[in-house]
Design a protein around this ligand. Structure first.
Ligand code: ADP
Ligand code: MG
Length: 551
């Protein structure tokens, strides 16, 4: 343990200045950071009155030497940084010696450690004396902002402030599964993580067992660790995404986009994954001293970090499974709302039985049984009965094929005997011109034909000629909505959609067999390119249970 020292002025001046304590959740964040820096394994947080009445954090970490307790509350007093060069490679969560001082200046604070106790109100030491001889540190913050009414006024509703506090504890609990976190709010236990190092159990304590069972672990990637949700689990907001660098939660839009990009074609528009991802990186390659609340960081090599994150997430997603049918809805299944009511994500018990089995999307052969309803195929697979949405499945197969063509540059098109004139918006003509070569690779060839019209001369081999007009209009619209690779992917999805068999088309047995085997061999075949599921598996086990053949 290094002693607490007041930073030399040149070091203090090099620290990103600004408001550290904006709301009760900032207090919780700073106090938790201190406990983790002190090596705590058990951290309990008790909040009353949404953090306005009191916030109490106690830990079992290294503690503060009794004679240094007052010093800990002095501005720029820290045991974590000494020289200016220390700021180049920060390995602790705290480093500016400001949190305790900032908190004590806007609240009534009592702290105890190693038999000493200090009471400070609005920055003034009121009492310094003996305290309990317990491991770690206990800090209690009361009447936050009582002496700064302006800031008190800016606080949101109790529910909002409580939610912000909860988010802070959730992020740390997910990122530090070997630490036991307990959060109580007005005497009610809100979060209680096991601290046994098991990430899935940490997820269960935060998001529930059903969600935890469906999370995919990021494995074998030294730089990136954590868990991401399978595409069948999703949310309408980004609130379930926790990103971190060296155990420090951060906000980073570009990083969040990099994550969501991995779900492209697997999640429907407006849906977002659940994730906790920690990027472990050499402290010298990341600057954490850029934001007063330490929320943002700057990477020395941002591109490499993003690429590592995407590689890790894509590898984890490769293990996604198709959706399984369950007759009984387990109580409180958070995921069940994500799809139509008859599609219920199977529970943890079923998943465990499957562990160790090969990726079901590539295992075994689907035996076609027939077509039912307006457009479903029925097949028998090694795991059970498989129902396939023929349109979604065909879309996936064609989409992958089109992306392959883009990748290899080897196109395949069918010339139209009679070129078709299509009316399009002038802006779309410009969008088409920007991507002319790629469109040709996808099979779409055209001539400009006046300011608002194109003459289509060739279409993808798989596309029925009668659909060219609508297909071209939608493809160009999709193209103009995005940029770069994204734009061509969207265009490919539009072409795949218009080339695929329709829901309602009658397929003869040979066509059914071909589609099922193409689907089985397709990558990422769990969903169509728009993120809808392609199939539903009713497991043998499920039938056994239903018909009570298990005894
Ligand atoms: P910083 O974390 O940036 O150093 P703080 O104001 O948060 O600044 O804390 C000041 C110092 O008090 C820390 O450097 C550390 O030595 C000590 N300290 C604070 N909280 C704890 C704790 N929970 N356990 C052990 N030491 C602590
Ligand atoms: Mg600190």
């Amino acid at each position: 343990m290094t002693a607490i020292n007041i930073l030399a002025p040149e070091v203090a001046d090099a620290i990103a200045a600004g408001e550290v304590i904006e709301r009760p959740a900032s207090v919780v964040k700073e106090l938790i950071e201190n406990t983790l820096d002190a090596g705590a394994r058990r951290i309990s947080v008790d909040v009353r009155g949404a953090g306005r009445t009191s916030i109490r954090v106690s830990d079992d970490g290294a503690g503060i030497p009794a004679d240094e307790l007052p010093l800990a509350f002095v501005r720029h007093a820290t045991s974590k940084v000494a020289a200016l060069s220390d700021l180049d490679a920060i390995i602790s969560l705290g480093f500016r010696g400001e949190a305790l001082a900032s908190i004590a200046s806007v609240a009534d604070v009592e702290a105890s450690s190693n038999g000493a106790r200090i009471h400070i109100r609005a920055g003034e030491v009121i009492e310094l004396g003996a305290g309990p001889l317990l491991p770690g540190v206990t800090v209690e913050v009361r009447d936050l902002f009582a002496n700064v009414p302006a800031r008190l006024k800016f606080l949101k509703s109790d529910a909002t402030e409580n939610a912000a506090i909860k988010d802070v504890v959730i992020a740390f609990a997910l990122l530090h599964p070997h630490v036991r976190f307990q959060l109580g709010m007005d005497g009610r236990s809100t979060i209680s993580s096991g601290g046994d190092g098991d990430r899935r159990r940490a997820f269960a304590s935060v998001h529930g067992a059903e969600v935890a069972a469906e999370m995919l672990e990021i494995v074998g990637m030294p730089l990136v660790t954590g868990m991401v949700s399978q595409p069948k689990l999703s949310r309408g907001t980004r609130d379930g995404i926790v990103l971190a660098v060296n155990g420090r939660p951060i906000t980073s839009r570009p990083l969040a986009y990099a994550l969501e990009d991995c779900y492209q074609g697997r999640l429907e528009r407006g849906r977002h994954p659940i994730a906790a991802i920690d990027i472990g990186i050499d402290a010298a390659l990341v600057d954490v001293n850029v934001h007063p609340a330490k929320r943002e960081v700057r990477f020395r090599e941002e591109g490499a970090v993003f690429a590592a994150l995407q590689r890790a997430v894509r590898a984890a997603l490769g293990a996604s499974e198709p959706i399984h049918y369950r007759t009984q809805q387990p109580a409180g299944v958070a995921a069940s709302r994500e799809y139509a009511p008859e599609l219920v994500v199977h529970g943890a018990a079923v998943l465990q039985l499957e562990e160790g089995s090969p990726n079901p999307s590539s295992a075994g052969v689907l035996r076609p049984i027939g077509q039912v309803g307006p457009g479903y195929l029925v097949a028998e697979g090694p795991q059970g009965l498989v129902l396939v949405d023929q349109h979604a499945a065909h879309e996936r197969v064609l989409y992958n094929r089109l992306l392959d063509r883009l990748g290899t540059g080897l196109g395949a098109s069918q010339p139209l005997l009679m070129p078709q004139a299509v009316d399009v918006d002038p802006s779309l003509i410009a969008a088409a011109a920007d991507h002319r070569a790629d469109l040709a690779t996808l099979g779409l060839e055209y001539e400009e034909f006046g300011p608002r019209s194109l003459r289509i001369t060739a279409i993808p081999v798989e596309m029925p000629a009668g659909r060219a007009t609508a297909a071209v209009q939608e493809t160009l619209a999709a193209l103009s909505e995005s940029r770069g690779d994204q734009a061509m992917h969207k265009a490919a999805a539009a072409l795949a959609c218009h080339s695929a068999v329709r829901f309602g088309d009658v397929l003869d047995p040979a066509e059914q067999r071909k589609l099922l085997s193409d689907l089985e061999n397709a990558e990422e075949s769990v969903t169509c390119p728009h993120g809808r599921p392609t199939r539903l598996v009713v497991e043998w086990q499920e039938l056994t249970r239903h018909f009570r053949r298990n005894y």
